[in-house]
Write a protein that binds this ligand. Structure first.
Ligand code: G3P
Length: 224
């Protein structure tokens, strides 16, 4: 259950969030969610979904799925396999794994058929409007140029958050709106929520933090 407001930690493929390090960070996210009674979810690499979903009670997400069916496919991520491994949802169309817009509808349908919630990433307000027409469960707006940087979307482009919320909700009120890119402290989170976001996506601010638990707790303070 992806309860909002929510913090989604995208593990990406950083060394600090791969394999055994992914397990350690997943346990930190799980512990923090429990201690602070905050909704936290984690998007892990597909090879880490099964073992992590067995040890945490917070939602585990895939970073991608492929729009394929059971059958003669090699080297792709079957939505049903991702679901059976323990994922509740999947990111789609992340700036680092962009999909052709024409195909995105099929990807969203296949995820839904497999029982996976969809968090579709958008690079700006125009992109978000187009994606809203495909009825994903969540849209995460992330200006690509701010991803991995020190200046957050809340600071550098607050209008992208507020305009995206307005645009998406005017198309489909049921879609939850998240934002991300450069988020690294509670003020970034507080501002994003004030601008109408239902939560945030974060990666380097947590994964590459010297003290991951302290960094996550700081973001949680911005959510409450
Ligand atoms: O999916 C969230 C991610 O793209 C944001 O990255 O490192 O700017 O928090 P980062």
């Amino acid at each position: 259950m992806l309860k909002t407001p929510i913090i989604i930690v995208n593990f990406k493929t950083y060394k600090e969030s791969t394999g055994d390090n992914a397990i350690k960070l997943a346990e930190i996210c799980n512990k923090t969610a429990k201690e602070t009674k905050t909704s936290i979810a984690i998007a892990v690499q597909s090879t880490d979904i099964y073992k992590i979903s067995k040890i945490v009670s917070i939602p585990v997400l895939s970073q991608h799925i492929d729009a394929i069916d059971f059958g003669k496919n090699t080297g792709f991520l079957l939505p049903e396999s991702i679901k059976q491994a323990g994922a509740e949802a999947t990111l789609l169309n992340h700036s680092e794994h962009r999909l052709d817009f024409e195909l995105l509808k099929i990807f969203i349908e296949r995820a839904k058929q497999a029982g996976l919630k969809t968090i579709v990433c958008a690079k700006d307000v125009e992109d978000a409007k187009k994606i809203a027409g495909l009825s994903p469960d969540f849209i995460a707006v992330e200006p690509p140029e701010l991803i991995g940087g020190k200046i957050s979307v809340s600071e550098a482009k607050p209008e992208v958050i507020s305009d995206s919320v307005k645009a998406i909700k005017s198309i489909n009120k049921k879609i939850k709106v998240l934002c991300g890119a450069g988020i690294h402290n509670k003020d970034d989170v507080k501002k994003a929520v004030k601008l109408g976001a239902d939560g945030i996506l974060v990666a380097s601010g947590i994964v590459k933090a010297g003290n991951q638990e302290a960094a996550l707790k700081d973001l949680v303070d911005g959510l409450i």
